[in-house]
Design a protein around this ligand. Structure first.
Ligand SMILES: Nc1ncnc2c1ncn2[C@@H]1O[C@H](COP(=O)(O)OP(=O)(O)OP(=O)(O)O)[C@@H](O)[C@H]1O
Length: 478
C-alpha cells in the first residue's frame, strides 16, 4: 500500500526537517534564519518553503547539505526544496494593513489549513506547534482523568524518584528526559503520575496537544485504520502531538505491526522534540517479544520505577483520598486498612470507598469497630487467598522448578535461594508461625526459617532486582 501524504503530513515534512536542523545549527543562526520559515506547499517532489523576504534566499545554499541529510535521514519523498518570498508565492497569505496576514486561501489540497487564531503574526507563521485545526483535537477527546494531578499524588520512598522525574518532565517537556519510562506493579500509580504530567504541561502551555493512550487502544485503533485504509489519519493523529503518554506498553508484546508503527511514531515525535512518556509493568529489558530497536529507544531517556508504598505512605494516601471525599478518617482506621491491604493502592482505595459508602448507608460514623465489621469480608478474602501452598506454587513457577524441590533436603544455590524467598513470603503474607513454616518446607528447624527470612530481608534492601522479583510475586499472590 503506498503512503499518500495528506496536508498535515506534508506540513510536517518541513517541521521535521527544521527539528533536525535545530540540533545541528547554532541557536542564533537557527532563530534568525530558519525559525521564521514556514511550509508553503508541495508540488510533486518539490517542497516549497516560505521565507519572509529575499534576504533569506541564501538559506538554500548555506544549509543545502544539512537539509539534504535531514531529508535522507527522515526518508522523505522530496527532491528539491524551493524557498519563496510572499511575493513569489501565490499561495502565501497576503499582508493586511495592520501588518498581520489574511487567511490562507484553501485552493490547494496540499495547502495547510489555517490556524484557529485566523491571521498569522509577524509576517510568517511561527515555527513550533502545528496549526491546531490540522491536528486531531486531543482537547475534545479529553482522555485525562481530572483527579490525576500532582497535588493528589502522595509521595513516599517508593515513588519519590519517579515523581521527581515526572515533575521535571512536566516543567521542561522534551528537554529534561525523553522518553520518560515509568514502570511498576499493578495499581502503583503509573497512570496517575503520567496523567499528572499531561495536566501540568497543559496548565503551563495551554496550546499543547496532549495524547494519553493505552497500548491496547493504540493497537486497536491501528488495526481499525489498517482495515479501513485510514493509516494516514492514524499517523497524523499520533505523530503531531506535543506530549504522548502511552500506558501499559507491555500490551504491544508480540504485535509486530503495532510495534513497527509505534517505532515510527516514536521517531517522528522524538525527532521533532516532542515529549514521550511510557508506562509499563516491567523495565524495558524485561519486555519480552519486543523489538530490540524499540527496547533500546525506551532506554534513551530516564527509567524510573515505582515501588509499593510503605505503611506510612499508605496511611497518607488513605487520608488524602478521604479528604478529597470530604470525609474524616480517624488515624486508627487508616492504619487498620493500610496494614491489612497489602500493596495495591487501587485496592486500598476500594476498601475506603466501601467503608465510606457503608457508613453513609447506615448513617454511622467511621470508627475502628465499624471498619473492622464492614471490611471483614474484604480483608478476610485477601488473607484467605494466601496460604503457604500458594506461595510455594508461585515461587516454584517463578523459578521454573517443582514445588517438591523446595521441600527437599537439597542445599544447592538454585534451590536454597527460592526456598528462602518462599519462607520469607510465608512469614510476610500469612499468619503461620516459624515452626509451622519450617514444617511445610520439609521439616526445617524454626531457626533455619528465621535465618532465611533475615537473609532475604537484608538482600532485598541491597539488591534492586531481587526486590522487584519479590514485589512481583507479592502482587501475584495478593
Ligand atoms: N502515591 C499515590 N498517591 C495517591 N493516589 C495514588 C498513589 N498511587 C496510586 N494512587 C491511586 O491508585 C489508583 C491506581 O493507580 P494507577 O491506576 O495510576 O495505577 P497503575 O500503576 O497505572 O496500575 P495498572 O498497572 O493497573 O494500570 C488510582 O486511583 C491512583 O490515583
Amino acid at each position: 500500500m503506498s503512503f499518500v501524504p495528506t496536508a498535515t503530513a506534508v506540513l510536517n515534512y518541513w517541521v521535521r526537517i527544521l527539528a533536525a536542523l535545530e540540533k545541528k545549527i547554532n541557536r542564533q543562526s537557527y532563530e534568525t534564519w530558519l525559525k521564521p520559515t514556514r511550509f508553503s506547499h508541495l508540488e510533486g517532489k518539490k517542497l516549497f518553503v516560505r521565507i519572509p523576504s529575499a534576504d533569506f534566499q541564501h538559506i538554500g545554499d548555506r544549509y543545502a547539505d544539512l537539509i539534504q541529510e535531514a531529508i535522507d535521514n527522515l526518508g522523505l519523498d522530496v527532491e528539491t526544496v524551493v524557498f519563496t518570498t510572499p511575493e513569489q508565492d501565490p499561495r502565501a497569505p497576503k499582508v493586511r494593513e495592520d501588518g498581520g496576514f489574511a487567511p490562507v486561501p484553501s485552493h490547494s489540497q496540499n495547502a495547510p489549513k489555517q490556524s484557529r487564531q485566523g491571521a498569522l503574526t509577524n509576517g510568517v507563521a511561527q515555527a513550533g506547534p502545528m496549526p491546531e485545526q490540522s491536528r486531531f483535537d486531543w482537547n475534545t477527546a479529553s482522555q485525562l482523568n481530572p483527579k490525576y494531578l500532582f497535588d493528589a499524588f502522595v509521595v513516599g520512598s517508593g515513588n519519590q524518584f519517579a515523581t521527581a522525574a515526572a515533575q521535571a518532565v512536566a516543567e521542561r517537556p522534551s528537554k529534561a528526559y525523553n522518553p520518560l519510562f515509568l514502570y511498576g506493579g499493578v495499581g502503583m500509580g503509573k497512570t496517575h503520575l503520567m496523567q499528572a504530567i499531561g495536566h501540568d504541561v497543559k496548565r503551563r502551555q495551554g496550546h499543547a496537544s496532549i495524547c494519553y493512550v493505552s497500548g491496547e487502544k493504540f493497537t486497536n485503533e491501528m488495526i481499525d485504520c489498517v482495515r479501513y485504509q485510514k493509516m494516514t489519519s492514524f499517523r497524523d493523529k499520533f505523530r503531531t502531538v506535543d506530549v504522548l503518554l502511552i500506558d501499559d506498553i507491555q500490551f504491544l508484546a508480540g504485535k509486530e505491526r503495532t510495534q513497527e508503527e509505534f517505532f515510527h511514531t516514536f521517531n517522528a515525535l522524538h525527532e521533532s522534540m516532542k515529549q514521550i512518556v511510557i508506562a509499563s509493568d516491567r523495565p524495558p529489558k524485561e519486555l519480552a517479544d519486543f523489538e530490540d530497536r524499540l527496547r533500546s529507544r525506551f532506554e534513551w531517556g530516564l527509567i524510573a520505577d515505582i515501588q509499593p508504598p510503605d505503611l506510612e505512605t499508605k496511611v497518607a494516601i488513605l487520608q488524602k483520598k478521604a479528604e478529597s471525599e470530604q470525609t474524616a478518617l480517624p488515624t486508627d482506621v487508616a492504619l487498620f486498612i493500610a496494614s491489612n491491604v497489602r500493596t495495591n493502592v487501587r485496592e486500598l482505595e476500594g476498601a475506603l470507598v466501601r467503608l465510606i459508602a457503608w457508613c453513609s448507608m447506615h448513617g454511622v460514623e467511621i470508627t475502628l469497630a465499624v471498619a473492622q465489621q464492614c471490611l471483614k469480608q474484604f480483608i478476610d478474602t485477601q488473607v484467605r487467598k494466601i496460604t503457604i501452598e500458594t506461595i510455594q506454587r508461585t515461587v516454584a513457577e517463578n523459578f521454573g522448578m517443582r514445588v517438591a524441590e523446595l521441600k527437599q533436603k537439597n542445599n544447592s544455590r538454585q534451590i536454597v535461594v527460592p526456598r528462602q524467598i518462599a519462607m520469607y513470603l510465608a512469614k510476610q503474607l500469612t499468619e503461620a508461625s516459624l515452626p509451622e513454616i519450617g514444617r511445610q518446607f520439609g521439616g526445617k528447624h524454626h531457626t533455619t526459617v528465621m535465618h532465611s527470612i533475615a537473609k532475604i530481608d537484608e538482600q532485598r534492601r541491597a539488591d534492586k532486582d531481587l526486590n522487584r522479583t519479590i514485589n512481583k510475586m507479592m502482587e501475584t499472590l495478593s
